[in-house]
Design a binder for this molecule. Structure first.
Ligand code: NAD
Length: 491
């Protein structure tokens, strides 16, 4: 059993509460690490450290020096990718190969934002007034708090941390209570890379006990959140009280739309990997498959046949294709939605059961499940399951596909499978989602902004834009010969 400590000001500290809670391996069900149970006192300590660093050594560093540190951190992550991936996979139950790929890619985020640090330029404003020079500086906001979900602790944190530090802020990371361990390992690498004390801090525990005090803290300027909409809404409202800047990456129920002229082999693969990758536990899961009427039956049969052959098992076994559900409450939620779908009249054509017994560890497994005959008013078409459950709907033509796809409160992602340029262009313009893929699914990159329309979120992560989301523009006016008039007349 590994006992972790809070990471504040480059020091390892016991939590104020003197309490720890277990982190469990979702496959075996066994507790393997003890996570410090942080509270408001720990939140205060972390904010003080982050604020001191922001006002002290960190702000005196040049942007190039900051960039070099980020770059160094990226190279350490690459060096230790296997170790980081094993720890994260042990906590979230994702397939080891997938997590390893994510961790290696995470290093590239640090290279990208490391390189960008000294290229964030302000600009001179063409002025309508004489004898004055006006320019815009972009300045860091101060202390950033990152609060993240359990599905990809390291990546979700990286998406916030890399641009926030690139911009010159300091950061406190509060990972999910289910998957905290990997961030402590990341903290060790920030020390090795040479980050000054207080620039990066990890405070763990439960939302109400430690994340809320962080969000409400008067010396925190910016909140970056990934998680469910219930917590997201609370955080948005708490942050509003202090007029804090916020980004929210929330849920989705993304339409994956297949037209009759698509390359069917590609579309079949895209439909399956779109929803069953990461055992469906990704915010961009293509969990609503919209099939054009003329290809519906044949396409459905193909995905059902393939799904029935999926290899389900230990995420540490490289041959496994579907792993366990990460948490017990999430497992219960997935099973509940399978019941709801059946009760609402959807037809279960693949899977639909929990799996236990030899090879299934503690039994937190759900078969990859496909529901046919789904209509868009059913709960299984409208609500996020966050598990390996696919809803299949039929559509007539482009207009019908757009109507169904957009008739939902979410707007995170969408995909279109067609060989017609006209159709592709029409659909990409009409779909209300932050990301639209054509003839591919789940592609993402540090170079391109990611985020949601509608209830899927606020703000963007990734790309150059993300750095601006961690900066305030400052308008500076310099007189070249501007004479000030005496407001009370000549004396
Ligand atoms: P969650 O909202 O329960 O928890 C997320 C984080 O918020 C955790 O660290 C938790 O401790 C914290 N939290 C909970 N209540 C809080 C409160 N009152 N105040 C402050 N912090 C609080 O989400 P989850 O169950 O961990 O993750 C699943 C959800 O995350 C899904 O809805 C999924 O769609 C979403 N998600 C979104 C993206 C995206 O980029 N859009 C990516 C991954 C996951």
């Amino acid at each position: 059993m590994t006992r972790y400590q809070l990471f504040i000001n480059n020091e390892w500290l016991d939590p104020n509460s003197g309490r720890w809670f277990p982190s469990e391996d979702p496959f075996s069900g066994e507790a393997w690490a003890e996570i410090p149970r942080g509270d408001a006192v720990d939140a205060d300590r972390a904010v003080a450290a982050a604020a001191n660093a922001f006002n002290g050594p960190w702000s005196r560093m040049s942007a190039s020096e900051r960039g070099m540190l980020l770059y160094k951190l990226g190279s350490l992550i690459e060096r230790d990718a296997q170790k980081l991936a094993e720890i994260e996979s042990r906590d979230n139950g994702k397939l080891i190969g997938d997590v390893l790929g994510q961790v290696r890619y995470m290093a590239k985020y640090f290279y990208y934002y490391g390189g960008l640090a000294d290229k964030i330029q302000g600009h001179v404003v063409p002025m309508d007034k004489p004898k004055v020079f006006n320019y815009i500086r972009y300045e860091p906001m101060g202390v950033v708090v990152s609060i993240t979900a359990w599905n990809s602790s390291l990546s979700l944190t990286t998406w916030k941390m890399a641009p926030a530090l690139c911009a010159g802020n300091t950061i406190i990371c509060k990972p999910s209570e289910y998957t905290s361990a990997s961030l402590f390992e990341l903290a060790k690498l920030t020390v090795e890379a040479g980050f000054p004390p207080g620039v990066f801090n990890v405070v763990t525990g439960f939302g109400a006990e430690v994340a809320e005090p962080l969000v409400r803290h008067p010396n925190v300027q910016r909140i970056a959140f990934t998680g469910g909409d219930e917590a997201g809404r609370k955080i948005y409202m708490m942050a509003a009280e202090g007029f804090k800047r916020v980004s929210l990456e929330l849920g989705g129920k993304s339409p994956n739309i297949v037209f009759d002229d698509a390359d069917m082999d590609q579309a079949v693969h895209g439909a399956l990997s779109g929803v069953f990758s990461a055992t469906g536990q990704t915010c961009v899961a293509g969990s609503r498959l919209l099939l054009q009427e003329s290809i519906h039956d044949e396409f459905l049969q193909r995905i059902v046949d393939i799904t029935k052959g999926a290899k389900i098992g230990d995420p540490a076994d490289p041959k496994s294709q579907i792993g366990p559900i990460t948490t017990k409450p999430q497992f219960d939620k997935v099973m509940r939605y399978i019941d709801i779908a059946r009760q609402d009249g959807a037809r279960c054509v693949a899977g639909g059961h929990a799996l236990s017994g030899p090879g299934y560890g503690a039994g937190q497994f759900v078969e990859p499940t496909i529901f046919a005959g789904v209509t868009n008013d059913m709960r299984i078409a409208q609500e996020e399951v966050f598990g390996p459950v696919l809803s299949v709907l039929k559509f007539r033509d482009e207009e019908d596909a757009v109507r169904i796809a957009n008739d939902i409160r979410f707007g995170l992602a969408a995909a279109v499978w067609t060989q017609s340029l006209h159709r592709a262009m029409f659909m990409t313009e009409r779909l209300r989602a932050g990301t639209v893929w054509v003839n591919n699914y789940r592609s993402s990159s540090y170079t391109s902004p990611f985020g949601g329309f509608k209830d899927s979120g606020v703000g963007r992560e990734g790309g150059i834009e993300a750095v601006r989301e961690y900066m305030e523009p400052k308008s500076v006016w310099i007189s070249t010969d501007l004479k000030m008039a005496n407001p009370f007349g000549a004396k």
